[in-house]
Design a protein around this ligand. Structure first.
Ligand code: SME
Length: 152
């Protein structure tokens, strides 16, 4: 099963309407996205908790590393550069953090609040190599933009 992004976007919008609490939003997005697609083996957020520092937020899947500095890993790169990181082969990504040795590919998106500040990253890991496409990146970016626009 692959995500139907039109349906997913509508479901998340309905569930989160009027909500501005970031953790409530992250928990809801994580649950909906994780269960929408068989390629997604670990789905969750890391939150910016201090300058250049990410800490684990709501997630689904096996346990995630608790702390990631902006200088490390795919998540750190997304937070630091404010750019989506689509990694087809994690072994080819310098400084990749292997929380689970089964992970083969990743998609990590920066998460912005209503003012355009990076408040975290949304990380999806797959046990399949080259699991993610630009369509996934574009659709999930749009969902994140719509979902977190009320966050201050
Ligand atoms: N692989 C990520 C770390 C997070 S976990 O895999 C849950 C990275 O290199 O940023």
């Amino acid at each position: 099963m692959q995500a139907d992004y039109t349906t997913l976007s509508k479901t998340i919008a309905a569930l989160t309407e009027g909500e501005d609490d970031p953790v409530a939003l992250m928990a809801t997005v994580t649950c909906e996205v994780h269960h929408a697609d068989d390629r997604f083996d670990w789905t969750g957020f890391y939150r910016v908790v201090a300058p250049d520092l990410l800490k684990i937020g709501p997630y689904q899947g096996g346990h995630g590393c608790l702390v990631i500095p902006f200088s490390r890993g795919v998540c750190g790169a997304a937070a630091r550069t404010r750019q989506v990181q689509l990694v087809a082969d994690v072994d080819a990504f310098p400084g990749h953090i292997a929380c689970a040795s089964s992970t083969r590919s990743e998609l990590v998106l920066p998460v912005f609040d209503g003012q355009g500040q990076v408040i975290g990253v949304f990380d999806i890991d797959s046990n399949q190599p080259d699991a993610f496409t630009q369509t996934d990146a574009d659709a999930l970016s749009e969902i994140l933009k719509n979902t977190f626009q009320l966050v201050k």
